[in-house]
Design a protein around this ligand. Structure first.
Ligand SMILES: [Zn+2]
Length: 180
């Protein structure tokens, strides 16, 4: 969810094409599309939800861009503090108790921001290192979260992975032709 928000909001390049980034209502609508009904209603009822989500995306992007694990951890520690993340047991209908880390922020958007920061921190905790970053493909700066078994993800999408494999293949073929 953190990667989705950053990728929707931030201007840059996506899979080799310029991407303008979404703002305001367009950002709020796009981000909420895949959320549960309850969460969508809560977020969309927040005044200036889109602007607030944009601010959260801007705060999260440096976590993905951090040069090393230490830098990522330092940013996450600050964000969990800024968004006042706090553990709290919840029970939803038909679900067992589970732990959330919603923040004590001004609105439900900042509460969610705390949860997103904690989720990324828990990923670092579970894997003892970062499992998120910026796409390694040329001309793409979208971010990703890596939940693969061996932590080998380098690209934001299958499309970027395929594009780079094709580029490598072409480069190798050119090299071979030169040595013949
Ligand atoms: Zn990419």
């Amino acid at each position: 969810m953190a990667a989705v928000l950053v990728n929707l909001a931030m201007e840059g390049s996506a899979g080799g094409r310029p991407y303008a980034g979404l703002r305001d209502d367009a950002l709020a609508e796009a981000f909420c599309v895949d959320l549960s009904d309850g969460m969508r209603r809560r977020l969309l009822s927040v005044k200036d939800a889109g602007a607030r989500l944009f601010a959260v995306a801007g705060a999260l992007r440096p976590v993905f861009e951090a040069d090393d694990d230490g830098a990522a951890a330092a940013i996450l520690n600050r964000l969990m503090c800024d968004y006042a993340a706090r553990p709290c047991l919840f029970v939803d209908s038909g679900q067992p108790y589970h732990l959330h880390f919603l923040g004590d922020g001004e609105t439900d958007v900042e509460a969610l921001a705390a949860e997103l920061a904690v989720s990324l921190a828990l990923l670092m905790d579970a894997f003892a290192r970062r499992r998120f970053g910026v796409c390694h493909a040329r001309t793409c700066d979208r971010v990703y979260v890596d939940v693969t078994r061996n932590g080998s993800r380098l690209y934001c999408s299958d499309a970027c992975s395929a594009r780079m494999k094709m580029a490598e293949y072409r480069a190798r073929s050119r090299g071979k032709r030169k040595t013949l």
